[in-house]
Ligand binder design. Structure first.
Ligand SMILES: [Mn+2]
Length: 274
């Protein structure tokens, strides 16, 4: 599997979320390529890595999905520290929060200190679904209702899971209401930034809504890892603490164009002139 090649880019931290392994939507082949290209001291899996809800209704686990898991474990064996922050689709892992073994930790959320000293709250984000959905009502009802909504959101989903019901998904729900989708994304971004502020962080790194971003909201940095179903995005922290959203399909395209141009410059290039 072409590891350790000179083309591997090493970064301080790698943030990935919403792979949805176990579903047909997961772009595992591209993800594998990405994991071959990038290595990191620390890797955060920011939730919805394995889709437990989907697996229950029909086992879908091709070799490529196995390869992704093996690839990540291999990185851990080679010294990367891995922090798994479960999301709503891999909520079964929330029973293992606090567990740490052989370079892997399971955490509900985490404060990540970047190389430049900036502190980021790392959290999947589904905890805020109900607040996003009922933001207008909750604003009338005040602080207690807000806290209650957060509590109910978590426990309602645990209950649904125990009852074997399908997960209620905010992003799917918002997509059905296209006109409102933009509002929901905005509300989600605002709420997550506010939560980061509340815990004294300088920014937040989350996933869940499958919408990669790197923006400033109310003086805080809002970063979203996006997903590996549609956009194929990740966040990397470089060694100086700079955070960057990578859109992997664009990287692959740019590389192919560069290689094409190089091949074209060869005097005896094998390129046919049409
Ligand atoms: Mn999610």
């Amino acid at each position: 599997m072409g590891d350790d090649s000179e083309t591997t880019i090493r970064v301080r931290t790698l943030f990935l979320s919403d792979m949805h392994l176990g579903t047909k939507g997961c772009q595992a082949a591209l993800l594998l390529e990405f994991l071959r290209d990038y290595d990191a001291d620390e890797i955060y899996l920011v939730g919805d890595i394995v889709d437990g809800w989907q697996l229950k209704s029909g086992w879908y686990w091709p070799q490529s999905h196995n390869d992704v898991v093996q690839k990540l474990l291999r990185k851990v064996r080679k010294g990367s520290n891995l922090v798994y922050v479960p999301g709503n689709h891999d909520e079964f892992l929330r029973d293992y929060i606090g567990l740490a073994f052989g370079g892997i930790e399971v955490a509900d959320q985490r404060l990540h200190v970047a190389a430049d000293g900036k502190r980021y709250l790392v959290i999947h984000g589904d905890q805020f679904d109900m607040v996003v959905r009922h933001a207008r009502w909750l604003a009338y009802l005040g602080d207690g209702a807000y806290t209650a909504a957060l509590f109910v959101n978590t426990h309602l989903n645990t209950l649904r899971r125990r009852l074997g019901l399908a997960y209620w998904s905010l992003s799917a729900w918002a997509k059905l209401r296209v006109k409102n989708a933009v509002n929901f994304i905005g509300k989600f971004e605002e709420l997550l930034s506010a939560e980061a502020k509340r815990v004294g962080a300088d920014g937040v790194i989350c996933g869940h809504i499958h919408h990669a971003a790197n923006r400033t909201i109310g003086g805080l940095t809002y970063l979203n890892t996006g997903d590996w179903v549609e956009s194929c995005t990740a966040i990397v922290e470089h060694y100086d603490g700079t955070m960057e959203v990578l859109h992997y399909p664009s990287i692959v395209r740019a590389r192919a164009a560069r290689e094409d141009a190089q091949a074209g410059q060869q005097p005896d290039g094998a390129r046919a002139v049409a």
